[in-house]
Design a protein around this ligand. Structure first.
Ligand code: ATP
Ligand code: MG
Length: 332
């Protein structure tokens, strides 16, 4: 396949100071990071994700993520953790700040990885012609490729990815083309399990993958951010919420989220819910509370919209009871 390159639009390398760019001040040993230390990125890239301004990095997961981006070896990065805790956005937001291009794919149980390699489109003469699928384009052009919910793939579909990792090249079966891996290509998996199936029984649709498929992945366990960080996130998302009636609303929101996460994992407890109140839902709750500030019960309406309406009615009522207890007379 002929490729034409436009040298004027090719992204140029650019160094970004780590401390100033990511707000990470200490390394894993607790030592202060030299403010002159920088990470390699690009001046700009059309496929770089948008920066989420309120995003907060955590020393441990950031360090592992950034190490992988800079020194992937032959590996694949695997981010494992509960729903909506910040798995996909960790790598996406590191890339957003460094202008690395990102391709994201949502895996599912009927997906064929071959469909990511080639697509057939009308050639204008009544036939079809092959074009790069998402994975092929990313492999050729050097994108960080995030395969979300990888543990919902049918076992066996992961083999293609391992071939990319081990051989460093991609053979397009339909055309016989051999593509060498671009030096900036990175492969990142995310999932709620660690590939060994879901022992907790909490997540639907998770397949037990062939253990060999995950051999050679670097696995980072991502959890919900600690309460003080979630409070900071909410403060950045909705600064107006924190001040009302001297009540630290943000702190109560985070505290309720903690209780509902426990209620999700600890089956049989007094409070049991089938969905945790994730960081994603917390952010939505805060944003919606502001949007509904002229309504009779902004916090309660926003909690329903962001989270509780997805539960069954008994659970939803129990959540409102827990919220009343947490927020006391400030709950409407
Ligand atoms: N560290 C963080 N700082 C700010 N916001 C965050 C952070 N982590 C998560 N969020 C919020 O949660 C949302 C969901 O994050 P993300 O998509 O990364 O979660 P996930 O773990 O990949 O979710 P899923 O389990 O659904 O795949 C983000 O868009 C952002 O709004
Ligand atoms: Mg995700």
């Amino acid at each position: 396949m002929n490729t034409t390159e436009n040298p004027t639009s090719a992204p140029k390398d650019k160094l970004f100071p780590l401390v100033a760019t990511f707000g990470i001040t200490h390394n894993l040993l607790g030592e202060e990071i030299d403010p002159k230390l920088s990470l390699k990125g690009f001046d700009q890239h059309p496929d770089a994700p948008a920066v989420i301004p309120y995003y907060r990095f955590n020393t441990e997961t950031f360090t592992h993520g950034a190490f992988f981006l800079m020194n992937p070896g032959k590996g694949i990065l695997f981010l494992s953790g509960p729903q909506g805790c910040g798995k996909s956005s960790l790598m996406e937001q590191i890339c957003a700040r460094l202008n690395w291009p990102v391709t994201r794919v949502a895996a599912h149980e009927k997906m064929h990885v071959d469909d990511l390699i080639i697509r057939w489109i009308p050639d204008g003469q009544g036939g079809l012609k092959p074009v790069d699928g998402l994975l092929t384009k990313a492999f050729r052009e050097g994108h960080v490729t995030i395969i979300d919910e990888v543990d919902s793939l049918p076992p066996g579909e992961l083999i293609t990815f391992n071939g990319l990792r081990d051989k460093g090249r991609l053979v397009v079966p339909a055309t016989g083309e051999v593509i060498n891996r671009h030096p900036n290509f990175r492969l990142v998996f995310t999932g709620n399990s660690n590939g060994a199936g879901d022992q907790t029984g909490l997540y639907a649709g998770i397949k037990r993958q062939n253990a060999a498929s995950f051999d050679g992945t670097r696995c980072i366990l991502v959890g919900y951010p600690p309460p003080e960080v979630e409070e900071e996130i909410l403060e950045a998302v909705a600064p107006a919420l924190g001040k009302k009636a001297q009540l630290d609303i943000l702190q109560k929101m985070v505290s309720l989220a903690g209780k509902l996460r426990q209620a999700f994992t600890a089956a049989g407890g007094e409070l049991a819910v089938s969905i945790p109140l994730s960081t994603r839902s917390l952010v939505d709750w805060a944003e919606l509370t502001l949007q509904y500030k002229k309504s009779p019960a902004p916090l309660a309406i926003a909690l329903d919209l962001a989270y509780a309406n997805r539960l069954d009615e008994d659970e939803r009522m129990a959540v409102h009871e827990a919220a009343k207890l947490t927020f006391d007379h400030h709950w409407q």
